[in-house]
Design a protein around this ligand. Structure first.
Ligand SMILES: Nc1ncnc2c1ncn2[C@@H]1O[C@H](COP(=O)(O)OP(=O)(O)OP(=O)(O)O)[C@@H](O)[C@H]1O
Ligand SMILES: [Mg+2]
Length: 485
């Protein structure tokens, strides 16, 4: 074992610091001595970054014993399911001893594991000692020793004499056993169901499993004797554990244990999206916005120069627009995520608007051809602010006289783009002189919605149009009937 390998593996695959690696190098330098002293195999494993697995970074084999490890295992991945002792020591920071551990290489050993800690008492690796175990039966002859493993497999799978399979029938995991030509020789009941469903054929006995289920190709091609794969097939999330069964150096077959985690993953996702924490955050955002609004109102009641009234109102309206988004998310409890129906949002923004000139007889029409348009909450905040600014503009500037007016907010969509039209039949824009309101609209459209904002020429009134692309964050559900409000 060279120090440089340890260093390379640690810096490539772990999050250990230089100081941690130095400590591990020190420990590694004594491994050979302890291996010889105790006639045991010594290893150092370290937890990998971004993964639940560990990696072997150092090893020493006793000189006196003929090695059971044919090749070096440095750089091999160690899986939680196969080496629980290693992970116990990692998590608990304590020593673990397993009297009859079966290593990833399929050897029976007594395995002792102690954590290696740094000065901060963090576990930076584990030191493993493995001694080969002599079973009484194994002493008789080698043949017996090899069939010991087979005995346990028979117990799980049912042996050749047509015994009822004992354990595997009761398991939810899929158990598949193939011979050295990858032909299926055993499948437990859930296994049979799985293969017939996935391969759409009933004829599975003695068929080549890779031909039946081509997605298992990488599993069989992978050279390690023991490996865990995560596969996604037909929207199914599968964890495939592969164990190669060997007799001496001859391959006897492969055991696959497959877990279908689809339901679990979907539940996890749902939980993530609808989690209490997210709901709580929405609540807090909404409450904070309402507090800000109340403070402003309080200030307004205390009195202010009349010329600042419109600034207060504009600010209040902007705050209300944002908090409308959170109110809608919170009202829609059974939604799968925090998507917001922006037609509903537009109605809410318009109905909560603070309007000073109450005397105005203005009709507001909101229409979306009956289509339901959902966007992420982030985009919904932008849309709420845009609608607020443009409808405010129409209310404030389009109808200076006491006339009957109309403001229309219309959502038009095709499969690639969504258009938001806001027009009024007022006096029209005289000299376009952008103030804060239109600057806000322009910035949000360009930077947040990746869209375009323009005014269309009209004989009467003003017609603003915003176009932005349909994306995973902007989803349209088309309805047959057209309903306007
Ligand atoms: N619908 C409209 N009808 C007539 N004039 C409009 C309309 N919308 C905008 N304008 C004109 O464009 C100008 C710029 O609008 P903008 O929203 O940027 O500023 P504002 O409404 O005056 O102030 P604020 O920054 O508070 O929104 C307005 O002052 C107004 O003269
Ligand atoms: Mg304005």
């Amino acid at each position: 074992m060279k120090d440089s390998t340890l260093e390379q593996l640690c810096s490539l695959y772990t999050e250990l610091t230089e100081e941690d690696i130095r400590i591990l190098k020190n420990t590694a330098s004594t491994l050979q001595m302890y291996a010889d002293l105790s006639d045991a195999y010594m290893f150092i494993d370290c937890k990998m970054k971004d993964s639940e697995n560990a990696i072997v970074v150092a090893e020493a084999f006793p000189k006196s014993v003929e090695s059971v490890y044919e090749n070096s295992v440095v750089g091999k991945i160690v899986f939680d399911t196969f080496e629980p002792g290693v992970f116990y020591s990692y998590r608990q920071g304590k020593k673990s001893v397993i009297r009859q551990a079966v290593t990833q290489e399929g050897r029976s050993v007594e395995q002792s594991v102690v954590p290696i800690k740094n000065d901060l008492h963090q576990v930076i690796g584990v030191l493993i000692q493995e001694k080969e175990v002599d079973y009484p039966a194994a002493n008789q002859n080698n043949q017996q020793k090899d069939s010991l493993g087979q005995g346990s497999i028979d117990y799980v799978m049912g042996d050749n004499s047509n015994d009822m399979p004992m354990v595997s029938d009761l398991l939810m995991e899929i158990f598949l056993l193939t011979d050295n030509e990858n032909k299926l020789i055993y499948a437990n009941p859930v296994g049979v169901k799985f293969i017939t469903e996935m391969s759409r054929t009933e004829e599975i006995q003695n068929r080549n499993l890779v031909e039946l289920l081509p997605f298992l190709n990488p599993v069989y091609n992978q050279q390690d004797d023991v490996f865990v794969f995560e596969l996604t097939v037909d929207h199914k999330n599968l964890v495939v554990k592969k164990v190669r069964l060997r007799k001496k150096d001859k391959m006897r077959g492969t055991l696959l244990i497959i877990q279908d985690l689809t339901e679990l993953r979907t539940k996890e996702k749902e939980l993530m999206m609808k989690s209490v924490v997210i709901q709580e955050i929405h609540h807090r955002v909404k409450n904070n916005l309402q507090t800000v609004a109340s403070l402003l109102r309080l200030q307004m009641r205390r009195g202010f120069p009349e010329e600042s009234r419109s600034y207060f109102e504009d600010t209040l309206n902007r705050i209300f627009s944002i908090s409308s988004v959170y109110e809608l998310i919170l009202a829609n409890e059974d939604a799968e995520d925090d998507d917001v129906n922006i037609v509903e949002l537009t109605r809410k923004v318009c109905s909560t608007m603070v309007v000073n000139e109450l005397h105005k007889k203005v009709n507001l029409i909101i229409s979306s051809n009956g289509n339901r348009i959902l966007t992420s909450s982030r985009k919904a905040v932008s849309i709420a602010l845009i609608v607020n600014e443009l409808v405010q503009n129409s209310l404030k500037h389009a109808f200076p006289e006491d006339v009957q007016g109309e403001i229309v907010v219309d959502f038009l969509s095709n499969k690639d783009f969504l258009e938001l039209h806001i027009f009024d039949n007022g006096v029209g824009m005289r000299e376009p002189k952008t103030s804060l309101g239109l600057e806000i609209v322009h910035n949000l459209v360009v930077n947040d919605l990746n869209g375009e904002f323009s005014y269309l020429p009209e004989n009467i009134g003003t017609h603003a149009v915003i176009t932005f692309p349909v994306s995973p964050e902007v989803i349209i559900y088309y309805e047959k009937e057209n309903t306007d409000s």
